[in-house]
Design a binder for this molecule. Structure first.
Ligand SMILES: [Zn+2]
Length: 358
């Protein structure tokens, strides 16, 4: 098969886009390889759908590394955020100790001044009583005692004032240290926050999964046409008991695994032969085997030769052994996630998921 032969099968608008995708893949494939290599009979466009989905679901080493780095940086950011909170508490308590120390210092200085005034007053009293004539011995003794007591109070108040001044200095130093510490913690947090933001943006830019899945979806109708032209049962494989086309096997396997990780068990019926499709047309009460529309059967059943099940490109999904309905958690999970694996629902059949939704 050659590129020229394939391009005949592309509808005109798809031709250049598909060719560009194939060319891009030719480079990546030689490096990364494709899982579950398709048989030679499988059209290359189907292989490219598979490759696009493979690359969509397999992040580049650079992406994986950055995600790991970012996780570590987020942990650092959380630690720095905690340090800022701790710094705020420390600073606030240091500030309140400082306020208390300022008040205590002012009160101690006032008491020291008052004691000094009392001493001066006692000395004045002694001067007055000493000059009294006749000499009043008891009053002089009393005045001298009062001076001694006032002097002791002054000494005590001076000691207290010095202690208060020392405590004030300590509180001032602690408050300054706490403020500097908080400022440093805030700067560190800002730096860390900026790093995380930058790398988050880088990670988003590196994430090509959605774009690759979109490119695969753009190919899906062509894949069906090409696969139908040369399908062989040898092109199918079993994934957890579900037989699907080899080219959707990787994506389907990942979908089943990721659903399981999310607590959703997925199984179902994938490939069926044309003979089985004919039988189902009869079992499901279709007005006839070959012409009546699928919707005219008791259970919608495609005309033989038109079902994507006959190519292994559709799966009737069950969860816990039951066919999916629109109210089951498995259906809701698929609605939210199946697109990432290249699977689309046929709206009239909640259980039917295929690469085109057909
Ligand atoms: Zn189906």
């Amino acid at each position: 098969m050659t590129t020229r032969q394939q391009s005949r099968h592309f509808p005109r608008p798809l031709r250049s886009r598909a060719a560009a995708i194939l060319a891009a893949l030719a480079v990546t494939l030689t490096v990364a390889g494709v899982p579950s290599p398709a048989s030679a009979a499988v059209p290359r466009v189907a292989q490219s759908w598979s490759s696009l989905m493979y690359h969509s679901l397999t992040p580049s080493p650079k992406y994986v590394q950055l995600r790991k780095t970012l996780a570590a940086q987020r942990a650092t950011l959380a630690a720095r955020s905690a340090q800022v909170q701790k710094g705020k508490v420390t600073q606030s308590s240091a500030q309140s100790r400082l306020t208390t120390a300022v008040t205590a210092d002012a009160a101690a200085r006032t008491r020291y001044a008052v004691a000094g005034e009392a001493l001066t007053s006692a000395r004045n009293t002694l001067t007055v009583v000493s000059l009294q004539r006749p000499r009043a011995g008891a009053a002089v003794t009393g005045a001298k005692n009062a001076i001694a007591a006032a002097a002791r109070t002054v000494t005590l108040r001076r000691t207290e004032a010095r202690q208060a001044a020392t405590e004030l200095k300590t509180a001032q130093t602690a408050a300054r240290t706490a403020t500097v510490g908080l400022d440093k913690a805030i700067v560190a947090w800002q730096t860390s926050s900026a790093t995380v933001r930058t790398n988050q943006q880088k990670l988003i830019a590196l994430d090509k999964s959605a774009e690759l899945a979109r490119q695969a979806a753009a190919l899906s109708r062509t894949v069906v046409t090409e696969v139908r032209a040369r399908f062989s049962v040898a092109d199918t494989t079993s994934v957890n008991g579900v037989t699907v086309h080899k080219n959707v096997a990787f994506a389907f396997r990942r979908m089943v695994a990721d659903a399981k990780a999310a607590g959703i068990l997925i199984s179902g019926g994938g490939f069926r032969t044309k003979q089985r499709q004919i039988e189902l047309r009869k079992i499901n009460g279709c007005p006839d085997v070959w012409t009546a529309p699928a919707s005219s059967c008791r259970v919608p059943t495609a005309i033989p030769g038109r079902s994507l099940h006959e190519l292994g490109l559709a799966v009737d999904i069950t969860s816990g052994g039951r066919t999916l309905t629109a109210t089951t958690p498995a259906f809701r999970w698929l609605v939210a996630n199946a697109g990432r694996y290249g699977f689309v629902n046929l709206p009239s059949e909640p259980w039917h998921w295929s690469i085109t939704g057909g």
